[in-house]
Design a protein around this ligand. Structure first.
Ligand SMILES: Cc1cc2nc3c(=O)[nH]c(=O)nc-3n(C[C@H](O)[C@H](O)[C@H](O)COP(=O)(O)OP(=O)(O)OC[C@H]3O[C@@H](n4cnc5c(N)ncnc54)[C@H](O)[C@@H]3O)c2cc1C
Length: 378
């Protein structure tokens, strides 16, 4: 089977690798540079802790099962920098009310997640620099982290070793049709014929789908991150404020921020994150950065004395029902999607690639694919 994947972000890279490993002839078409979109503009958390029981949580658990093996395979087959995969665990804390966080953790435990309420003293043992004024904390030992730009490049390199072609600097501009079916894509440098076309264009997926002839409600949801100067490790888990879950699940177009703080292998601390729907406006706005910094200080007061060396942002691929879009589009034969992962595409990428592969090759999928089906937009 001949497959064109549109987009060389982490989702397109994971799909390309899974499909190439299964024997498909894969061509990845990327209008810019690989890993040049959202996949290099966020953090690399692989989280269960922020997901409500339901299909996305099942996809996340599937991903978390796959990641360690994928990391081992990539490390064995490539001479690459470390992918910085770490099962560091998450610590979710509440600075206001205890009960909503504890109730949320209880529903997750019922869904099989290891969500352990800890006392303030125990939380301070896990994170000695944490503000002791918290009122509740839950430890999620399964949460992990990966370096997203390196992971994207590694997945692409691995796909290439399995025969995939990567065409960077090539933009998909329209469909190639055979009667009513999609039979490939037109690019700015010629036609590419294919049995299947996978839209994995992140926040631009709506635009790419439209160029191919269907409407897909994927739009950008802006997020910003602050990066501190490197320091000795003083934060050991991904630590975030319990109100983050509400912000993730909200559909507000207006600015929403919630404190998410973690250290990286390089010694910097990443402070996130904001969510707002402002189209593809990529200007950094001081009020957003100020709010991020102020909320981080509520969790880790020591950060007041730490310089910020950088701020950056990206566009999450937002879908109104907050579920990724994975599978065949019933409106146009030959068109498939792997997109709409919003703030979880790094973590969910490898599971998306395997799920898409199984659906495309008619194998039994590891989890129920129906909730992710593009048919919901038909
Ligand atoms: C601030 C922030 C923090 C985040 N933190 C996390 C996190 O901790 N954990 C997590 O899992 N996720 C996180 N995310 C979300 C994650 O980054 C995204 O879900 C993920 O990167 C999406 O990957 P993608 O491959 O779908 O899209 P992208 O990486 O954007 O790739 C899509 C590619 O398609 C290309 N493209 C577009 N149009 C065309 C065209 N016409 N022709 C050819 N190519 C085209 C683009 O150039 C781009 O390279 C965060 C995002 C942000 C913004």
């Amino acid at each position: 089977m001949n497959v064109v994947v549109v987009g060389a972000g982490i989702v397109g890279a994971a799909c390309a690798r899974s499909l190439a490993a299964a024997g498909c002839m894969v061509t990845v078409v990327e209008r810019g540079a690989p890993a040049g979109g959202t996949s290099s503009s966020g953090e690399g958390n692989i989280l269960l802790s922020d997901k409500l029981p339901g299909p996305e949580l099942l996809l996340a658990r599937y991903a978390l099962r796959l990641w360690p093996a994928v990391i081992d395979e990539l490390s064995a087959e490539l001479e690459f920098p470390s992918l910085e995969f770490e099962r560091k665990g998450g610590l979710v804390v509440s600075t206001t009310e205890a009960q909503p966080l504890l109730d949320f953790a209880a529903t997750q435990r019922e869904a099989g997640i290891d969500a352990r309420p800890v006392s303030v003293t125990e939380a301070l043992e896990l994170e000695p620099e944490l503000n002791p004024a918290i009122v509740a904390a839950v430890h999620y030992p399964e949460d992990a982290q990966v370096q997203p730009a390196i992971a994207t490049e590694a997945l692409l390199a691995s796909a290439r070793r399995r025969g995939a072609r990567i065409l960077a600097g090539t933009e998909v501009v329209g469909p190639v049709l055979a009667g009513e079916d999609l039979a490939g894509v037109r690019t700015d440098s010629g036609e590419l014929r294919a049995d299947r076309v996978v839209v994995a264009a992140g926040p631009w997926s709506g635009e790419v789908a439209e160029r191919l002839g269907v409407r897909l409600p994927v739009s950008p949801r802006r997020g910003n991150i602050l990066v501190t100067a490197p320091m000795r490790q003083r934060i050991f888990h991904k630590v975030y404020d319990a109100d983050y879950v509400g912000v993730v699940e909200s559909s507000d177009a207006d600015l929403r921020t919630s404190s998410v703080v973690e250290s990286t292998r390089g010694g910097t601390v990443l402070i996130g994150s904001s969510r707002e729907r402002v189209g593809f406006d990529d200007r950094l706005r001081v009020p957003v950065l100020r709010e991020l910094a102020a909320k981080a200080l509520r969790l880790f007061p020591f950060l007041a004395g730490v310089p910020v060396i950088r701020a950056y942002g990206g566009f999450r691929p937002y879908v109104p029902d907050h579920l990724p879009v994975i599978g065949a589009d019933p409106r146009l034969s030959g068109l498939w999607h792997a997109t709409g992962h919003e703030g979880a595409g790094v973590g969910l990428s490898v599971a998306t690639g395997d799920l898409l592969r199984d659906l495309m090759l008619g194998k039994p999928p590891a989890i129920d694919p129906v909730p992710f089906g593009p048919g919901r937009f038909a």
